[in-house]
Ligand binder design. Structure first.
Ligand SMILES: NC(=O)CC[C@H](N)C(=O)O
Length: 201
């Protein structure tokens, strides 16, 4: 069973429906004990970093999420759920993250002709083969909506890069943990394939 963490800030239903489309069952869950027992966990997220990390703390979800990430069990972060894994975000201030992946979350630099947020389809360039990218063509397009991006301290944690005014990490991976800046649940067949791969991960 795949467990989607519900902390009040995510497009949970679209993630759940996307899994259903690929024949995988996913439950939406707010209960810390349930989340601690999950076999596979999804941390989604849409909105402001500050609100998200506060919501996780208020709902006693930080511990179970850290436990799962450190347990070796499959873990997928999506968009803000990717950013929350890092040490700190500079979105509208400076906010401590979960500190699972060393690095920070920074805003795209303003530059002529660069619309922020980065909103729309863009390509990812994988750094190495990864089970979640199996069966997905090289340089495939996925759907993005974000104004901040993760800057991992270690390039080894980067599973894919994307170009948008700069080269940024669009997917990170370390052992059981994978997280993507783009929205697989909004990325049509490529996104469904990635989710199908996670269901088998
Ligand atoms: N779609 C989002 O919620 C984006 C996450 C974050 N607020 C960002 O702008 O990057």
């Amino acid at each position: 069973m795949i467990t989607i963490v519900d902390y009040g800030m995510g497009n949970l239903r679209s993630v759940q429906k996307a899994f259903e489309k690929v024949g995988a069952e996913a439950q939406i869950c707010t209960n810390p004990e349930e989340i601690a027992k999950a076999s596979k966990l999804i941390l989604p997220g849409v909105g402001a970093f500050r609100d998200a990390i506060q919501a996780l703390k208020d709902q006693n979800l930080v511990e179970p999420i850290l436990e799962h990430a450190n347990s070796g069990k499959p873990f997928l972060g999506i968009c803000l759920g990717l950013q929350l894994l890092f040490d700190v975000s500079y979105e509208d201030g400076e906010y401590e993250g979960l500190g699972i992946i060393p690095g920070k979350v920074v805003r795209f630099q303003d530059q002529p002709g660069l619309k922020i947020p980065h909103m729309g389809w863009n390509q990812i360039d994988a750094t190495r083969p990864h089970p979640l990218l199996a069966g997905i063509p090289e340089h495939e397009h996925f759907y993005f909506v974000h104004s901040y991006y993760v800057a991992p301290d270690n390039d080894d944690d980067v599973a894919a890069w994307t170009e948008y005014g700069c080269r940024f990490a669009s997917m990170v991976a370390r052992d059981n943990l994978v997280a993507c800046q783009f929205h697989p649940e909004k990325s049509q067949n490529a996104g469904l394939k990635l989710l199908q791969n996670f269901a088998a991960f």
